[in-house]
Ligand binder design. Structure first.
Ligand code: FNR
Ligand code: LAC
Length: 346
């Protein structure tokens, strides 16, 4: 039976994948407090639907940094997709293109950035891990030359989080999958010595807009804007890094407030329903990224599975907007959401 929601995809994917691969995909750091909070903190916010708003047709299309997308749902960068399906990131890229949205391809993909670019006509962004300066420069230049339209610099992995599920299952990144972008040196992710000043150096390699991923606080959101980032992703890496860190949906309002409209703010972490997307939009996100559910779709049915996961989210968001009285994205506002505990405005 075909799954009808993302939860059903999760269960089916778990039953199909090897236990070590599942531990790597599903796991978070240490006690997985942040991993769980990313999902459960959506319940701390409640929607405030409006009625009689003519919702005959609902328009979900928008732009992200000027690029048109069919819906405000993008595909998060995720390493190691070849462990879910033989076609890996290339299948995900085709599914994202078919859904009219953007995929961010991970530096640590199991397909090279060129293979991903050649596998589909859609728009795509390149997620950069600066592991070595020379390697990063080469990757950025290559990404620009093969048609990636933005760089997503991930900032929240100065060390790998302590993922105890992987310790127990015996999953090892270096043995788990091969990363063609990294040529000979397979170990490591983000130089721990990166600072705000490093952004200038990274920018100078290309003319691509820079999206900073891994913002958790209003303080860093403000500094990022001062350093001229073109957009940012409020994200805690899906609860895989600092356990106990603030959930993504709780961090979003303070980032949006600090940014004061000076650049677009996206978020990821825990998006499993169309109503989660709507809540993030009402709190000021321009768009969201979806992570693990893409891997679930890929594991269950390759490109078609990813297409279906994106289709489910789109249908759920469309329905949620109709029920909330929002015929298009510009009509979604802060007045559509409140805190569940005390009913206060956010
Ligand atoms: C990730 N994530 C990630 N982020 C990134 O910038 N580069 C990467 O290579 C990866 N790799 C990766 C692998 C796997 C298996 C997962 C689950 C996640 C983090 C990802 O982009 C995103 O921030 C989270 O996955 C969002 O949370 P949800 O949607 O998975 O809850
Ligand atoms: C991870 C890295 C690769 O979360 O981003 O596993």
């Amino acid at each position: 039976m075909q799954p009808i929601n993302l939860r059903e995809y999760e269960r089916l994917a778990e039953s199909r994948l090897d236990a070590e691969v599942w531990s790597y995909y599903a796991g978070g750091a240490e006690d997985e407090v942040t991993l769980r909070a990313n999902e459960s903190d959506f319940d701390r916010f409640r929607l405030r639907p409006r009625v009689l708003a003519d919702v005959t047709s609902i328009e979900l299309s928008t732009t992200v940094m000027g690029e048109p997308v069919s819906m405000p749902v993008l595909v998060a960068p995720m390493a190691g997709q070849g462990m879910a399906h033989a076609e890996g990131e290339c299948a995900t890229a085709r599914a994202a293109a078919a859904a009219g949205t953007i995929m961010a391809a991970s530096s640590s993909a199991t397909c090279s950035l060129r293979q991903i670019a050649e596998s589909c006509p859609g728009a795509r962004w390149f997620q950069l891990y600066v592991r070595y300066w020379d390697e990063a420069e080469r990757l950025v230049k290559e990404a620009e030359s093969v048609g990636y339209s933005a760089l997503v610099l991930t900032a929240d992995l100065p060390r790998m989080g302590n993922r105890e599920r992987d310790v127990r299952s015996g999953f090892k990144l270096s043995r788990g999958f091969h990363v063609p972008n990294y040529l000979d040196r397979q170990e490591g992710f983000q130089l721990p010595s990166l600072t705000w000043k490093s952004l200038e150096r990274i920018r100078a390699w290309s003319s691509l807009p820079l999206v900073l991923k891994g913002i958790h606080t209003g303080e860093d959101a403000a500094i990022a804007v001062e350093h001229g980032v073109d957009a940012m992703v409020v994200s805690n890496h899906g609860g895989r890094q600092l356990d106990g860190a603030v959930s993504a949906i709780e961090a979003l309002p303070e980032a949006v407030e600090a940014v004061r409209g000076r650049c677009e703010v996206y978020m990821d972490g825990g998006i499993r329903r169309g109503t989660h997307v709507l809540k993030a939009l009402a709190l000021g996100a321009r768009a969201v990224f979806v992570g693990r559910p893409i891997l679930w779709g890929l594991a269950v049915d390759g490109e078609s599975g990813v297409r279906h996961v994106l289709e489910i989210l789109k249908c759920e968001l469309e329905r949620a907007m109709a029920l909330a009285g929002c015929p298009d994205l510009s009509s979604v506002s802060n007045s559509h959401i409140m805190r569940a505990v005390d009913g206060s405005q956010v």
